[in-house]
Ligand binder design. Structure first.
Ligand SMILES: Cc1cc2nc3c(=O)[nH]c(=O)nc-3n(C[C@H](O)[C@H](O)[C@H](O)COP(=O)(O)OP(=O)(O)OC[C@H]3O[C@@H](n4cnc5c(N)ncnc54)[C@H](O)[C@@H]3O)c2cc1C
Length: 438
């Protein structure tokens, strides 16, 4: 994977400074074991090292980055299989790192959206109806959110409006990775991720640059964590580590599947919190074309009224590349994932054919589909609080016995779901634990 330049020591970005030599080793008895080398785990490790603590990060995969992963092999160009958009809220770490390290960011926003009805573009009157539905849906969520109503987003939707299904498809499956009846309106409203910009070199590349020299043991899935004694012991496929504390950063999908056994078991309130914030799913279907552009501008979004739950919305030619990226979310995404990669590619290609005819098949080169649903180390894309369960995000983050800590996107407050949120959650827990350790 490419890295860009040398790691600079930047004022205000002290956590990006090169690791001291002592911190790069992986002792058998570190102060802290961090489980998972995604955004949260790397940030937690960096915070602990910054405070002079010894750390070993244990990672199940053969790479770091977790759900931040740039695939350069499939198409011979960077394609982010997981996160791709950085956000611009003040203090968001990944945007800051991208800018400081000279990465190239896209100017994409969803405002630039073209809507099709069958094989033609929507009329002005249809666009106006769609805009009205989208505005009113957002206003309804905001009203309920401001009032603290932790109810299903579907229950406050102005369902009778024409074009509401398309506005709902964007707000639920495409953004939250869940259908709106499974989404907490409050969770949707609390979520704050403006100013989306893609990373030309890849978001995964950026995360890899941050963590490439961290003390990580790869191919070391954790099977059990004992936390009943004065410290913790962490059993991995590559041996057992003893430490004063552990920070678990695996997804709630991995926790819910009980892929890691806790001894003693997690208390009932913690298991309930895990169940309250399940994984949503977003499937990306990148399709490579031979240069045909179907009159779509680079970065432009392409959508159409969904048929029931079936929808695949596209981003055309990110960074002016020959990829058209389809997105499917929510229940339909789980179904299409179960049907397999070829089915997802066929579906996306078929949707384009309905709009642009046989030109699609003539220009199509090859496609792929992301497989986060069946990925045993993720089990979904990102979390979404169930209606009535928004507070479970906070309960998820509560440590146990002063030695078992939790971090990750699921417990990142208003930045939940995002790679930035994961980082900020990991960094906060790392700092808190560093201060507590004697
Ligand atoms: C398709 C998709 C699109 C997305 N789009 C965006 C976006 O545009 N912008 C954005 O900000 N976010 C986006 N996200 C979400 C973002 O990728 C995540 O929020 C973030 O990467 C999560 O980081 P994390 O550290 O909390 O978890 P993870 O990245 O999942 O890290 C946890 C780590 O734990 C490891 N692990 C799991 N089980 C074990 C075990 N038993 N033992 C040891 N290690 C284990 C995993 O392999 C992983 O490396 C997207 C995600 C997906 C999947």
């Amino acid at each position: 994977m490419t890295t860009f330049g040398r790691r600079p020591v930047l004022s205000g970005l002290l956590w990006t400074a090169a690791l001291p030599a002592w911190a790069r080793s992986t002792p058998a008895n570190p102060d802290v074991v961090v489980v998972g080398a995604g955004s949260a785990g790397l940030a937690a490790a960096r915070a602990l090292i910054g405070a002079g603590r010894t750390v070993v990060v244990v990672e199940a995969r053969d790479r770091i980055g977790g759900r931040a992963f740039t695939d350069t092999a499939t198409f011979g160009m960077p394609f982010d299989r997981g996160c791709s958009w950085t956000y611009s809220v003040k203090g968001h770490p990944w945007r800051q790192m991208a800018e400081a390290w000279g990465y190239h960011l896209s100017g994409q926003e969803r405002d630039d959206e073209i809507v099709y009805v069958g094989d033609r573009e929507a009329t002005d009157a249809e666009y106006a109806l769609y805009d009205k539905a989208a505005d009113q849906l957002e206003a309804a969520f905001a009203r309920a959110g401001r009032a603290g109503k932790d109810v299903s987003a579907a229950s406050v939707s102005p369902r009778k409006l024409p074009w509401i299904e398309m506005a709902e498809a964007w707000a639920g499956p495409m953004e939250m990775g869940m259908d709106l009846d499974d989404v907490s309106c409050l969770d949707w409203w609390l979520n704050d991720s403006p100013g989306a910009r893609g990373v030309a070199e890849g978001y995964g590349t950026l995360v890899h640059q941050f963590g490439h020299d961290f003390p990580v043991t790869l191919d070391a899935p954790v099977s059990r964590i004992r936390w009943g004694g004065p410290g913790v012991t962490v059993e991995t496929a590559k041996g057992t580590l003893a430490a004063k504390a552990a920070i678990v950063t695996v997804s709630t999908g991995v926790l819910a599947a009980e892929a890691i056994r806790f001894d003693p078991p997690l208390p009932a309130w913690k298991r309930e919190a895990i169940e309250g914030v399940p994984m949503g799913l977003l499937v990306k279907v990148p399709l490579l074309f031979n240069g045909a552009r179907f009159d779509l501008a680079p970065e432009q979004w392409l959508s159409y009224p969904p048929r029931g739950r079936e929808a695949c919305y596209f981003q055309a030619w990110p960074f002016d590349r020959d990829l058209m990226v389809g997105f499917m979310g929510g229940r339909f995404a789980w179904e299409i994932s179960a049907a397999g990669e070829a089915a997802a590619v066929d579906f996306a290609r078929g949707e384009l054919r309905k709009m642009f005819g046989s030109a699609v098949d003539k220009a199509f080169v090859k496609g792929a589909a992301t497989q986060w649903a069946s990925d045993p180390w993720a089990r979904g894309a990102y979390t979404c609080a169930r209606p009535g369960r928004t507070a479970d995000r906070m309960r998820l983050a509560e440590p146990l016995g002063d030695r078992l800590y939790f971090a990750g996107e699921a417990m990142a407050g208003r930045f939940s779901q995002t790679c930035d949120g994961a980082f900020l959650s990991g960094q906060a827990v790392g700092r808190e634990l560093a201060a507590r350790l004697t």
